[in-house]
Design a binder for this molecule. Sequence first.
Ligand SMILES: [Zn+2]
Length: 101
Amino acid sequence: MPGKKWTCALCGGEVVEGQRFTFLPGMGAVHVECLNERLLRKGGEAAALAAANEVLLYAIIRLKEAERAAEEGEVRSKIAEVRREVEKAAGSLAQLLSKHV
Ligand SMILES: [Zn+2]
């Protein structure tokens, strides 16, 4: 996605390279920090969703690192497969998450 610019739907600031961001259905790009701040302030179920989302986003980052570290072949393709499953799970959580923002 080089060259593409997004604006955070929560703070209105630009999403710059290196910042953690995610896409929420019906909202678009948001900084993960802005999202967490908003959800944690609300507390309760919103905070629980923030915690669950954080774990999945972290897992995706670590799996991408592992993919890069693995050699071409069975190990790398299995890690990629698992990473795609976690991405699917994060997408499924994002549906509910955007209702609590
Ligand atoms: Zn933001």
